[in-house]
Design a protein around this ligand. Structure first.
Ligand code: SF4
Length: 324
């Protein structure tokens, strides 16, 4: 029997290169080897209560990108978190076995408190418990994550372990599967690529829009003039060249160090390679966009399949906790 992969992503709308290289590609590749469950975690998005009016559109756009990128509803379960309400019940039950001190020490909680001091809600501190419920409700064994998510997964493992110790073996302790392209820098060259920070390149841009976005990228600050030798190892454009232009990347690095290529030419090359790699994705996306009903059907079917597993797990949990 195939091992079960679970992964959840917030509904961030149209996906960008960071999402593609850091997660989506990995999701697609795992589909043949594992029984995959991929979830858009809309409830998690409510912790910040920002722009809930666009939630449904963001879910639709994100799923459109996932499907166009190769996620296959015949191979994987694709659904939206809140359409399987059993996760809320499991979240409450797991909160009873999770010491508050474990949650208060999570670094991202402290960061969130700084980011939204006006709205330090319970959901923020309980986020790792809900995340654990997301995974263990489906008895997820493997979780594809970036390095920045490792502390959260470790906490999920601790919560699962604690439940198992208290009530008997129930949940597998989910293992991390690190992506091979863990951190994609944004166009600012400083922060992780993120829609919120506005430093991203969306997958569904037109070829011309892609060129324009790439041209705005910050590169090696040492290259103030065309003749200045560069340091490709610190340049985010070079990082992307290595992925999108692997055959030429060594030569580009060499030319950058010897100032034989300028940043504009380097960026043009990169934009062309991005456009050529994403061409088939963009074609599939355009076709799928003409059938919005199909996306709705995929999500409804995914939720139904996910609920079958969820109900069974919840019944087992309630029995073990003495609720049934
Ligand atoms: Fe970066 Fe390319 Fe400019 Fe070198 S030539 S600094 S790799 S953009």
């Amino acid at each position: 029997m195939k091992r079960r992969v679970f992964s959840g992503s917030r509904p961030t709308g149209r996906q960008h290169l960071g999402n593609y290289l850091g997660a989506i590609q990995n999701y697609v590749n795992l589909q043949d080897e594992y029984a995959c469950i991929y979830c858009i975690v809309d409830v998690h998005a409510l912790t910040s209560l920002e722009d809930t009016g666009s939630l449904q559109k963001n879910i639709y756009d994100m799923m459109l990108d996932w499907l166009a990128a190769g996620l296959d509803p015949r191979k994987s379960i694709l659904f939206v978190q809140s359409r399987v309400p059993e996760v809320m019940e499991l979240h409450t039950l797991l909160s009873m076995v999770t010491p508050l001190s474990w949650l208060l020490r999570v670094p991202t909680f402290k960061e969130k408190v700084k980011l939204q001091p006006h709205n330090v809600n319970y959901g923020l501190v309980g986020y790792p418990v809900l995340m654990t419920a997301d995974i263990v409700l489906y008895k997820g064994e493997v979780v594809p994550v970036g390095e920045d998510q490792l502390p959260h997964l470790e906490l999920a493992r601790e919560i699962a372990r604690r439940f198992n110790n208290l009530f008997g073996q129930t949940f597998p302790e989910p293992e991390a599967k690190l992506t091979s392209f863990p951190l994609v820098l944004g166009l600012d060259g400083k922060e992780k690529m993120s829609k919120q920070l506005g430093n991203d390149i969306e997958l569904a841009l037109s070829p011309q829009e892609t060129i324009e976005r790439v041209m705005t990228a910050v590169t090696d600050p040492a290259r103030r003039y065309r003749d200045d030798p560069g340091h490709p190892e610190i340049c985010n454009i070079y990082q992307l060249q290595r992925y999108f232009n692997p055959l030429q990347s060594d030569s580009i690095a060499e030319q950058c160090r010897s100032a034989n290529i300028g940043c504009v030419d380097c960026k043009t090359l990169l934009a062309e390679e991005i456009n050529s790699t994403l061409g088939p994705f963009r074609e599939r996306r355009a076709v799928l966009a003409t059938k919005p009903q199909y996306v709705a059907e995929v999500l409804a079917d995914g939720a139904e399949r996910a609920r079958v597993i969820a109900r069974e797990t919840l019944r087992e949990v309630k029995q073990k906790m003495g609720l049934l």
